[in-house]
Write a protein that binds this ligand. Structure first.
Ligand code: MSK
Length: 647
């Protein structure tokens, strides 16, 4: 049996065969067992907001068209979506709160220059405790506007003011949105969607942006760095520790103590040649960006990594961690360790993270992994050999240097390349994996298609890991995949055609790049005028939906697949795909396949170029979006695969 409809990654396909041989169930098996998925839920038409229900609206119009309280399909769909957005914003923002707390307690600051820059911006003394206190105040602020919001172009802020969606405080917007979805409060679906945008903006320009800034202060600003990705980074003869989740506070410390001489000696005593730390999901991205630590995989790799039998311990904190991990780990000797007081897991060992003494917790975790290594059965180890070189570590702060060199540092070279048509536009491709689509297939199809059309791609999260596994983060990828204009730019400055800018909270770095492009001049007055777009080709988590919504609220055209559960409401869909553009300048494209996503994005970039009166053609070739198929960009659909669940 072939598993190529589950993943296009050969390492994953190999491990899925191994999982079958071991009799282990993975997310794909469980997803298949869930078929058929609930049709009402999928359309967003099931309402469990109050306890008269759950009510459901018949999409065929044969039974009741309103719930017991009188809520119609549009209100029910909008309310469900709003609750999703509130949860996504809460997750990111609570991450921000945790790292602000860590900043307050910090004894070492890795990046004093950024601390100084932020202290100036936030109007406090150059002292990490003062900055942490001011940042913490943003969560409970009642009046606003949020301080980082002032980074947005004036025109963008004017739009938000006019719509009444300027975030006042991070917690306030999340709480108010949840209140408005309570039974019998907000009954206007469009007003609710605007409220959801307010909470999403509090995430993107608030919680997430604060998280990124604080992490840079605490652990250092990333620089371009080489590493490797995929399951082949696991080491047969070393103690393998996988870090998984999102907050880098403990994982940074685990990386540091794994170099302690006494722990290395302990590992040698146990028969290991060393200690290998690798990551999954966004924790992987955090320690990759700053330390160059290898990436074992993205979201759908978390169970597969355990099945190798080579992972001695997986330590998790919050978000995107499957509750199935202890059952999968039980196939081998692998320990699962939880560390957050917010995320316990039956079957895992809890080693509570002591914020005042993270080193002690990190050392205890490494010792536990060494102990587990001594119980590893080498005859049952099965590590796929697949791994790929990559370059990561780009940020809005270091890009000007890479683009212009020390003597011409700035965004002007990038703007000039866009203006001349060598670069057709810039697209942020972000987000998760989902078992609804063959793993990585949509990411790769879309990214390769955009590169061929001279589009510079910036990536975060599991999407960046997908590209990493397939070699798109190597500078040489420009020669292999980019159109002639983009190729020329990448060769001149020595960057890959796909820039990895970090984890999910680091989508704020993409916003900051856009702000810098507007500030540099010559490309319009707000984000909606730039030839830019965003895409989430394999969206899975609630955070992805919140990110999509703050991108749209920030004026960015956003292709989103699979669509959130909104098909049950023509009103919600029309607002998000059409009407919102008049208000924020951005809108969604809910494309069902990557050809449509690519065509929509390219048509949007071309329209923005035309409005800005930029050069209508690239130096060598310029292909209108309609030429996609004839140029092989119709490959997008060939390579992306909607997964057909197995019977
Ligand atoms: S980890 S939110 S699966 S990108 Fe940030 Fe990946 Fe999506 Fe989680």
């Amino acid at each position: 049996m072939s598993f190529d409809n589950r993943s296009v990654d050969p390492a994953a396909q190999e491990m899925l065969v191994h999982a079958r041989d071991l009799g282990a169930k993975t997310v794909w098996d469980r997803h298949d067992e869930m078929q058929p998925l609930c049709g009402f839920g999928d359309l967003g038409l099931c309402c469990d907001v109050c306890y008269m229900g759950p009510c459901r609206i018949d999409p065929f119009g044969e039974r009741s068209q309103v719930g017991a309280c009188g809520a119609d399909a549009h209100l029910i769909v909008a309310r469900n979506l709003a609750r999703t957005v509130a949860c996504g914003a809460a997750a990111h923002s609570d991450h921000g709160r945790e790292v602000v707390e860590a900043l307050r307690n910090a004894t070492v600051i890795a990046n004093p220059e950024k601390l100084k820059m932020l202290a100036e911006e936030w109007g406090v003394a150059v002292d990490h405790r003062a900055l942490a206190a001011r940042m913490a105040s943003q969560f409970g602020s009642q009046e606003g506007p949020l301080i980082p919001l002032l980074r947005a172009p004036e025109e963008q802020r004017r739009r938000w003011e006019k719509m009444g969606i300027t975030p006042r405080g991070i917690d306030r917007e999340i709480v108010e949105l949840l209140h408005r979805t309570h039974h019998g409060v907000e009954s206007d679906p469009v007003a609710l969607l605007r409220g959801a945008m307010r909470a999403a903006l509090a995430d993107g320009w608030g919680g997430s942006m604060i998280a990124t800034d604080v992490q840079d202060v605490l652990f250092g600003g990333p620089q371009a760095i080489r590493s490797q990705a995929n399951l082949g980074v696991l080491e047969e003869r070393q103690v393998n520790i996988l870090v998984h989740g999102h907050e880098p506070i403990l994982s940074e410390m685990i990386v540091a103590v794994s170099r302690d001489e006494d722990l290395l000696a302990l590992a040698r005593q146990a028969g290991a040649e060393g200690i290998n730390i690798a990551g999954i999901c966004c924790t992987a991205n955090e320690i990759l960006m700053r330390q160059g630590m290898p990436v074992a995989g993205n979201y759908l790799h978390q169970e597969l990594a355990l099945l190798t039998g080579a992972v001695d311990l997986m330590v998790v904190d919050v978000q995107c961690v499957m509750p199935s991990l202890p059952q999968v780990a039980a196939c081998h000797h692998t320990k699962i360790v939880t560390t957050s007081s917010k995320a316990h897991m039956p079957g895992a060992e809890q080693m509570a993270f002591d914020a005042h003494n993270p080193k002690q917790t990190a050392r205890a975790i490494v010792k536990s992994a060494i102990e587990a290594f001594s119980r590893r059965d080498p005859s049952r180890v099965n590590i796929p050999r697949h791994k790929m070189d990559l370059v990561a570590g780009f940020t809005n702060e270091n890009l000007p240097l890479y683009l212009g060199g020390r003597f011409r540092a700035g965004y002007r070279p990038l703007i000039d390349a866009v203006a001349a048509g060598r670069i057709r536009g810039i697209v942020g491709v972000v987000g998760c994996n989902t078992p609804r689509v063959a793993q990585d297939s949509n990411h790769l199809a879309l990214v390769r298609c955009l590169l061929a059309q001279d589009v510079l791609v910036v990536q975060t999260g599991c999407s960046a890991i997908a590209s990493a596994k397939f070699g798109l983060l190597r500078p040489e990828a420009a020669l292999e995949y980019a159109g002639p204009g983009l190729q020329e730019v990448c060769a001149a400055v020595g960057i890959p055609p796909v820039l990895h800018v970090g984890s999910c909270v680091d989508n704020s770095r993409i916003l900051s790049v856009c702000v810098a492009l507007v500030a540099e001049g010559g490309m319009g007055g707000d984000l909606s005028e730039l030839p830019i777009a965003a895409a989430a080709p394999e969206a899975m988590s609630e955070k992805a939906i919140t990110i999509g919504l703050y991108a749209v609220a920030s004026g960015i055209f956003t292709a989103f697949t699979p669509a959130p559960r909104i098909a049950g409401s023509s009103v919600v869909r029309k607002y998000l795909e059409e009407d919102v553009e008049k208000e924020t300048g951005g809108k969604f494209l809910f494309a069902s396949n990557m050809d449509d996503a690519a065509k929509g994005i390219l048509a949007h970039l071309d329209a923005k170029r035309k409005a800005l009166k930029l050069a209508p053609r690239a130096l060598t070739t310029y292909v209108p979006a309609t030429g996609l198929k004839s140029l092989g960009c119709g490959q997008a659909q060939k390579h992306s695969q909607e997964r057909v669940p197995e019977a």
